[in-house]
Each structure stands twice: as structure tokens, then as C-alpha cells.
Design a protein around this ligand. Structure first.
Ligand code: PGU
Length: 405
């Protein structure tokens, strides 16, 4: 038989969220619910629960209807996405700070983070915030840009700890020359949303180190503080050092529909002066066949004036949940951050093992959370609470946390 890909063998454990789902199923099998009021509730994975709102939904329906008509039918489209959608994203999301031909429509941010790894090659040093969304690290291991697990992290990856002490914005001093740096704001999992001076420091450091930032703005639509930047391109000179990935998943309820985008500015150049935009176009046209035309019709509707109102309403709904979770945990005297410009609350259980706290909350409250250690070594001792859920379930979960923790 064929030899196993050693990069897969390098992965320390299974992907975080299926592992949590496995532990939940095992718990439910061992401790079946006595009745509906006793069912296990999830504050775990960041998965949307509320229906797509009417105008956006109508866009999807219309997209599907057109496909069944001779005039409306389309087959493969441009791999980079419908020109009209690329223009709409450039106009509505970036107010002209990026050009339509710099926007590449995708089937979601996670998929693009996976494909982006092909741009970099195995020699480029990888740097991540610690803790961070696991796809940056696991994807780098799969792409061969990082080595085996080495106790408290993977070989070849520079971890920048984001801690209570540094306000969850990392010390950038260790960023290697010529590195790719995955950076997420509002952050998954800490919920920290960077200020303009912080992001300016990030961009300035990246430029000095000739590093490339992959800026994950999947939660930008949750920012309510008008002072906080929603895109890295609001920062001076970011177009010379940053790619931005984004998604309709959380803002429009498209986690299952699958639609996102990546911005690769034309100004981005490799060390040898060659265009990163040209290479990304080559990768996308080679191994991606474009996002679903139905999803793109829905995306266009979501970016119409009414659709933007729906994005606001949907994100407000989850932010109310986040505020409820934050108040409950603070009421218990548990130090926590996030939950205001972000759908995640990051809670500290100092001196405890995250998986042990995860188990305790599951047993005592029948509530699923996400252990901080699953996001990186600096996540140890923390728990992530997700605000994605039906309001009545969140209320019930908070009641249980308040009474039983
Ligand atoms: N980027 C970040 C920072 C995310 O947290 C997520 C989803 C994505 C990208 C994925 O976006 P798509 O456009 O839908 O591909 N994170 C969730 C879901 C878990 C997962 O495996 O993606 C979470 O709970 O962290």
C-alpha cells in the first residue's frame, strides 16, 4: 500500500471541533437526558442557528429559480467570482479602499485559508497569535510549512502569546524576517478587537520585517465600537503587506451556504518583486472552480441596502447572547473578555486545565464549551463561550451556569 503522508502524522490530535462533538456524544450516551429540560446545550462551536433573513433568502431563492430557466441558466462562472459581486464587495465593504479585481470570491474563509498555504512554500516561517483559530496551524502542518508537535507547539511555528497581561495583543518582537503571520481581529477565540494604533503597529512591524499578514476578518460585522477598524485596509500601508480573508458565514447565516472572499492587493510583491496577486489568480483558477452561483446571488442580496440591515439585525441577535454570557460569568466572579464587539467570550480559570474545566461544565451544567488549550498553548486555563445559539437556549445555559458553577 502507499506510504502515509508524514505531514498528517505530524498533527498532534484530531481537529478540535469534531473532538468536542465526540466527547459530547460520549457524555450523552453515558448520561442520557431525563427530559427536554435536561438536554445538553451548546456554547461550543461557532455555528449559526438563526434563519437567513428575508431579503437575503429571496436572493438565494431567485438565484436557484433562474438556474431552472433558459434565460437565467449559467454554468461555470469566473473562478474569482461574479464581477458584479466583486464590485459590490469592494464598494460596500471597503468603500473603494480595494479594487474589484483584488477581491476573490470563495466558498468560505476556512477553504481559502487552506488554499492560501499553497502561496507560501515550505521555507516561509509561520507565525500565529497564540491562541488562534486552529486552521492556521493545522493547515501549515498539512502544507509542510511546520514540523512535528514539540511539546508546547509545532516545530517551525512562532507563537505570539496573547494573554491577559498584554491585553490579548501580542508582543511582535519575535516575528521572524520574511514570515507569514496569521492574525485575526475580532479574535477567535479571545474576542479581542484590535484598536487602530494596535493594527498600525502590526502593519509597521510586518513592513519592517518584510512579513506578510493574513488578516482574518471573519467577525468584522460584530464590531459596534465606531473607533475600531473593521478591515486591515483601514490602516496606512496595509495594502503592501496584507491579505484579508472574510466570510458571509457569521454575518448572513451562510455557514451552510458557503460564501466568502479574499482580498489580495495588486501592490503585494514577493521578495523578488513578482506579484502575489498573479500567483493567487493562478492557484484559484487551477484548483477552485468558483463559489456556487446560488450562493453568490444570496451574497449580492446580503450586500444590498436592505441586506446590510439584515446583517446588522442578525449580528445584533448574537451580540445580545454574548452580553448575556458575559454578564453571567462576571456575576460568578470569573474574569473574562470579549463578548462586546465579538460573538466569543474568553473566560479564565486560572491554574486549571481547560479540558478538565470543559468536562466539569459539561457534567454539572450539561453545557458544551470549547477548551482554550485547543487553540494553542497560551489558551491553557481558558474556556471559550460561543454566543451562537437560540436566545432561549443561551438563557437556559446561562441560568444553569449561574446556579451550578
Ligand atoms: N475564520 C475564523 C477566525 C473562524 O472562526 C471561522 C469559523 C472561519 C474562518 C470559517 O469561516 P467560513 O467562511 O465559514 O469557512 N470558526 C468556527 C467554526 C469552526 C470551524 O472549524 O470553522 C469556530 O467555532 O471557531
Amino acid at each position: 500500500m502507499i506510504a502515509r503522508n508524514p505531514r498528517i502524522a505530524h498533527l498532534e490530535a484530531g481537529y478540535l471541533f469534531p473532538e468536542i462533538a465526540r466527547r459530547r456524544r460520549a457524555f450523552e450516551a453515558a448520561h442520557p437526558a431525563a427530559g427536554p429540560e435536561d438536554r445538553v446545550l451548546s456554547l461550543g462551536i461557532g455555528n449559526t442557528t438563526e434563519p437567513i433573513l428575508p431579503l437575503t433568502g429571496a436572493g438565494l431563492t431567485e438565484g436557484a429559480r433562474c438556474l431552472a430557466t433558459p434565460e437565467g441558466y449559467t454554468g461555470y462562472g469566473d473562478e474569482q467570482g461574479l464581477p458584479v459581486l466583486r464590485e459590490k464587495i469592494a464598494e460596500v465593504w471597503y468603500h473603494g479602499a480595494v479594487q474589484a479585481d483584488e477581491v476573490f470570491v470563495s466558498d468560505g474563509a476556512k477553504c481559502d485559508i487552506g488554499r492560501l498555504q499553497l502561496l507560501f512554500g515550505q521555507e516561509v516561517p509561520v507565525t500565529v497569535q497564540d491562541p488562534s483559530y486552529p486552521v492556521y496551524v493545522d493547515g501549515s502542518v498539512l502544507a509542510g510549512a511546520a514540523g512535528a508537535w514539540a511539546g508546547a507547539g509545532y516545530q517551525g511555528i512562532t507563537y505570539l502569546p496573547c494573554t491577559a497581561e498584554n491585553g490579548f495583543f501580542p508582543d511582535l518582537t519575535p516575528l521572524p524576517q520574511g514570515a507569514v503571520l496569521y492574525f485575526c481581529s475580532p479574535n477567535n477565540p479571545t474576542g479581542a478587537a484590535c484598536t487602530r494604533p494596535q493594527l498600525q503597529r502590526l502593519v509597521d512591524t510586518a513592513l519592517r520585517r518584510q512579513a506578510l499578514i493574513v488578516f482574518d476578518a471573519a467577525y468584522a460585522a460584530f464590531i459596534r465600537d465606531p473607533q475600531l477598524p473593521r478591515s486591515i485596509y483601514e490602516i496606512t500601508d496595509a495594502a503592501s503587506c496584507a491579505i484579508e480573508v472574510n466570510s458571509f458565514s457569521k454575518p448572513a447565516g451562510f455557514t451552510g451556504v458557503r460564501l466568502g472572499w479574499t482580498v489580495v492587493p495588486r501592490a503585494l510583491k514577493y521578495r523578488d518583486g513578482k506579484s502575489i496577486h498573479t500567483d493567487w489568480l493562478r492557484i484559484v483558477t487551477t484548483i477552485f472552480n468558483g463559489a456556487s452561483n446560488i450562493a453568490q446571488a444570496g451574497g449580492l442580496a446580503a450586500l444590498s441596502e436592505g441586506g446590510l440591515g439584515e446583517i446588522r439585525a442578525l449580528t445584533d441577535y448574537y451580540l445580545r447572547n454574548a452580553s448575556l454570557i458575559l454578564q453571567t460569568l462576571k456575576g460568578l466572579g470569573i474574569p473574562c473578555v470579549g463578548g462586546d464587539n465579538s460573538p466569543y467570550v474568553w473566560a479564565r480559570f486560572a491554574g486549571r486545565d481547560s479540558w478538565e474545566v470543559f468536562g466539569e461544565i459539561l457534567e454539572k451544567c450539561r453545557v458544551v464549551t470549547t477548551p482554550g488549550a485547543g487553540f494553542g498553548p497560551a489558551g491553557q486555563g481558558f474556556i471559550r463561550f460561543s454566543a451562537f445559539g437560540h436566545q432561549k437556549d443561551i438563557e437556559e445555559a446561562c441560568r444553569r451556569l449561574g446556579e451550578r458553577l
